[in-house]
Design a protein. Structure first.
Length: 201
């Protein structure tokens, strides 16, 4: 790839891409402006074509970053991308944070509970996960999966009107946020847990 078809490089290569320009953009004709831009554009075009031919995706790049780079912040970001499509066993090999987006990407995996055990989620994120799981499986199976998340477990208990179960979870884990709603349900008041949460946040 060069701007001179008669150059030594062009003559001694199997394939030559001509990226010659008519004139440099520099008003003094000193700085290589147009020629460097042409080089960048052609280089990017080749890269894009090769990525499509090899079906190279963001998770492939992320995996390479995790293996080859030393910058920990960069590796953390790469892990978030990689973990959305990697198997749970592969994810657990790394000691990076499991966030809600990673969990949501694996909710249909029978081993998602292993991710939930490792995750450190905000109460609102736990409830969001519970909403995703609600009525997707047999209730007992849902409770088994969500068990590591206390806020999510309490929410799910209320959704299924398991008041005694909700009470046990709330008292065992001192979830004061739900105590008033629990009193309402025990008093026979028809109240909706989602409306209650929305009114308190």
């Amino acid at each position: 790839m060069s701007g001179n078809q008669k150059s030594t490089l062009a003559k001694n290569t199997n394939y030559h891409l001509n990226i010659s320009i008519k004139k440099e953009a520099c008003p003094l004709s000193l700085a290589p402006m147009s020629s460097t831009t042409a080089t960048l554009v052609m280089g990017d075009a080749i890269a894009v074509v090769l990525m499509k031919l090899r079906d190279f995706k963001d998770e492939n790049f992320a995996k390479d970053v995790l293996k080859k780079y030393k910058n920990d912040e960069l590796k953390k970001e790469a892990f978030k991308i990689y973990a959305k499509n990697a198997s749970i066993n592969e994810i657990l090999k790394y000691d990076y944070e499991i966030d809600k987006e990673i969990i949501k990407a694996h909710l249909k995996d029978e081993n998602v509970k292993l991710l939930l055990q490792k995750a450190k989620l905000l109460p609102s994120e736990e409830i969001e996960i519970a909403k995703e799981i609600h009525q997707s499986l047999d209730p007992d199976k849902e409770f088994e999966i969500i068990k590591p998340l206390k806020w999510a477990s309490a929410y799910l208990a209320f959704k299924y009107e398991h008041i005694q179960k909700a009470k046990e979870i709330i008292e065992e884990n001192e979830l004061k946020f739900f105590k008033y709603f629990l009193k309402l349900k025990e008093a026979g008041v028809k109240a909706d847990i989602d409306e209650y949460i929305d009114s308190r946040i």
